[in-house]
Design a protein around this ligand. Structure first.
Ligand code: SAM
Length: 394
């Protein structure tokens, strides 16, 4: 990566994401001013300076964490070679005796079977370096370390990176309460950005659960950085932390927030879900930007000014098959009857259910929701004859 760097303050970084969101994340990085953007598997590499590292952590909606590689593509095939490679790094640049560290290892290798073993070996190599030089050593804290170290071993190719995010960036800080099966915040933002919603037309999630899609939509519409209420990032305990620069980065992105917000409507049949959404909205300081309606999709009358509907209905794990089919048929019927002019997107792991919507998808995308393989289908609810436009069971 170094051969691309023109600016001496510039360095390589890697933003990790969920499968299928690489392109959207690359677009976000481009907007933030990143250079040398390169799509990888569930990650995007790029270059930039320390201000960009801070901006990326604060603003990226589709990144799980931002890594700063310090040693890349070293070949190691044995645990001794791994130990030596780690000892070659001067860790006093990143840690001192009073620091704490955590090592996260991701191992896809025939040479090393266990990621826990790799983490332990890396930790030993680091603390031994301190013990040999100073007689004392940093300690391990897996929850709240001064430095989180990311180890990636693909076969015999080792990359060591510092994790500038600390806690995963999907933990925005607003969702302390959850209803059933909430979406990962990064996935929710990714779905909205994938839909191409312009942030100006009506946005509806009629099955909002804990309100994740609503909160992410309101933040997108008002240009609010994803990490606005989050207090801590990994880079804040790094030796080179520049608090003034961080404050400048924060102020600049706060200055870009505006109040213009289209109608964003959340519905749910469950009063408990609606209460959770209301609490989450309050924590995100977005209660004025979103309208909540406690009712079933069957009763929701959307505004005539059409826009985008994104919903994540129950996948029916706890339902009988005929009930699932009826439930998804009902969703399709409601979209046809009440949402003329809207563009609807449905995320579901239930393929049978999706088939029984009775609507023909204009686009079919695939995502993973946790461990579940999901489809994300787009339906265009054209004006005019419903019969002519939709095919049954397609
Ligand atoms: C999978 S959860 C949605 C999770 C949500 N996307 C989140 O991130 O928290 C599905 C939601 O659909 C709601 N629901 C089920 N049937 C409904 C109906 N007929 N009308 C409206 N909401 C319904 C449930 O109460 C539940 O909160």
């Amino acid at each position: 990566m170094n051969k691309w760097l023109q600016d001496k303050n510039s360095f390589g970084m890697l933003a990790k994401t969920l499968a299928g969101l690489e392109e959207i994340l690359a677009g976000e990085l481009h907007e933030l001013g990143a250079k040398n953007i390169d799509l990888q598997n569930r990650a995007v590499s790029f270059t930039g300076d320390k201000a960009l590292l801070y901006r990326a952590n604060l603003s990226l909606r589709c990144a799980l964490r931002v890594l700063k590689p310090i040693k890349e593509n070293i070949y190691v095939q044995t645990s001794d070679a791994l130990y030596e490679a780690i000892q070659e790094i001067d860790w006093s640049r990143y840690l001192d005796n009073n620091s704490t560290l955590a090592v996260d290892s991701f191992v896809f290798s025939n040479y090393f079977n266990h990621s826990k073993f790799v983490s332990l070996k890396v930790k030993d190599a680091i603390v031994d370096q301190f013990r040999e030089k100073t007689g004392t050593r940093p300690s391990v804290d897996t929850q709240n370390p001064t430095l989180r170290i990311n180890v990636h071993l693909a076969e015999d190719k080792l990359t060591i990176a510092l994790d500038s995010s600390g806690d995963s960036l999907h933990r925005r800080g607003y969702r302390l309460e959850k209803n059933e099966a909430p979406l990962n915040e990064v996935l929710a933002a990714g779905l909205i950005l994938t839909s191409g919603w312009d942030g100006q037309s009506t946005f509806i999630d009629p099955m909002c659960g804990s309100g994740t899609l609503l909160i992410e939509a309101a933040q997108i519409a008002r240009n609010i950085p994803a990490g606005i209420i989050r207090k801590n990032y990994g880079f804040m305990t790094w030796q080179d932390y520049d608090k003034e620069l961080w404050q400048r980065v924060r102020q600049k992105s706060q200055a870009g927030i505006h109040q213009n917000v289209p109608q964003i409507i959340g519905g749910d049949i469950s009063p408990q879900a609606l209460q959770i959404t209301a609490n989450n909205l309050e924590r995100a300081k977005l209660n004025d930007s979103v309208e909540l309606r406690q009712l079933a999709l069957q009763k929701l009358a959307p505004p005539k000014d059409a826009g985008v509907v994104i919903m994540n209905p129950p996948y029916g794990e706890r339902m009988k098959e005929e009930d699932i089919i009826d439930f998804y048929k009902m969703i399709g019927d409601m979209l046809k009857q009440n949402f003329t002019g809207y563009e609807a997107w449905i995320l579901s792991a239930n393929k049978e259910g999706l088939k029984h919507l009775g609507l023909r998808p204009a686009k079919k995308l695939a995502f993973k929701n946790g461990a579940l393989d999901c489809k994300f289908h787009q339906f265009k609810m054209y004006k005019g004859s419903v019969k002519a436009k939709y095919q049954k069971n397609s």
